[in-house]
Design a protein around this ligand. Structure first.
Ligand SMILES: [Zn+2]
Length: 97
């Protein structure tokens, strides 16, 4: 770390990587035990990103997260896949298969 605080009450938004006070963050525990393998700090969004997520259909979000989740997937890679998928969903109509 760069010594910019060391405040344990700060968490990192998994979507944009911003450090936000835990009190300002929104925990994401929708997927429950699925996330036990990941560091718990993984499960936070800042307000802006949480608001974006809230616009996503919950059922679609869960299936999307399950789809991009993979064994040994790094946090960075997961976020990259996540953002790619969200961008894609926003850009095109999802074909109903
Ligand atoms: Zn964010």
């Amino acid at each position: 770390m760069l010594g910019s605080g060391g405040d344990e009450s700060t968490v990192v938004c998994i979507a944009c990587g911003e450090s936000v006070p835990r009190t300002e963050a929104r925990e994401y525990d929708k997927t429950g035990n699925r996330w036990e393998r990941h560091d718990k700090d993984f499960e936070h969004f800042c307000k802006d990103c949480f608001r974006e997520l809230s616009h996503q259909p919950r059922s679609g979000l869960e299936s999307m997260l399950a789809d991009i989740e993979d064994d040994g997937l790094s946090e960075t890679e997961f976020i990259r896949r996540y953002l790619d998928r969200v961008d894609d969903d926003n850009a095109v109509e999802e074909p109903d298969s």
